[in-house]
Write a protein that binds this ligand. Structure first.
Ligand SMILES: [Zn+2]
Length: 229
């Protein structure tokens, strides 16, 4: 009965909004088996041009289906890609834990990298926070998304800027919106804090975010992004 209802609802939604694969535009599904197979579970280590000070990993390189899906999520408000990419992120976090690349801890806090408020509003919400929340929900009650960061509205869109230009653009622009929860403040052997973002290009945003968090007493263990350029 429930499955039948889902089938009916699925068909109705399909009529309302034509569904296509976020990776290859194939119609009928938000994420086709071929694109799912192209995105591997093993995260890759990133070596960003800007020194972040903590290890950085990506679920994959910024190309192919992953790139198309990230662009669709960010630029085209593909909310149906949040669970698709949230699952990809969650699998990479599990793998990092298996590898013990993340120090075992009782709790894991995923801090979304800051999105410029205006651009987030224009795009219909902050996709990075949605992604972190989705991944956290998949990983159980000990994992939580903890939005803490904002970015000043006077910063420019970083597209087209060099690594140095990006850093200068972000200087002093990333701030905490509230006091971090005590459990996140160092020393906190019980909680591991990871910064989460969709794309890491030069590392300038991640470096600015880690600096802002550390300045507020939050020790960041690493950065995990969907796609590394
Ligand atoms: Zn596809």
């Amino acid at each position: 009965m429930a499955a039948g209802m889902r089938g009916v609802l699925g068909a109705a939604l399909e009529l309302a909004v034509p569904v296509e694969c976020g990776g290859c535009r194939r119609p009928g599904t938000p994420w086709c088996p071929r694109c799912a197979a192209a995105v591997r579970d093993d995260p890759v280590v990133l070596r960003p041009r800007v020194e972040i000070g903590v290890p950085a990993w990506a679920t994959g390189r910024y190309r192919g289906p992953l790139r198309t899906a990230v662009v669709d999520l960010k630029e085209h408000r593909r909310a149906d890609l949040v669970p698709v990419l949230g699952a990809v992120l969650a699998r990479s976090l599990l793998r990092l834990a298996e590898w013990e690349a993340i120090v075992p801890a009782a709790r894991l806090a995923l801090v979304p990298a800051p999105t410029r408020v205006l651009s987030a509003r224009r795009r219909g919400g902050d996709p990075v926070t949605a992604l972190a929340r989705d991944a956290a929900a998949r990983l159980g009650p000990r994992v939580a998304a903890v939005p803490l960061l904002t970015i000043a509205p006077w910063t420019r869109d970083s597209a087209g800027l060099s690594a140095g230009g990006r850093l200068a653009n972000l200087h002093g622009a990333v701030r905490l919106v509230r006091r971090p929860p005590p459990a996140l403040k160092a020393p906190h052997p019980g909680t591991v804090v990871l910064l989460v973002d969709d794309v890491l290009t030069t590392g300038a945003t991640a470096a600015s975010a880690v600096t802002a968090l550390e300045a507020s007493g939050v020790a960041v263990s690493g950065v995990v992004v969907l796609a590394g350029a």
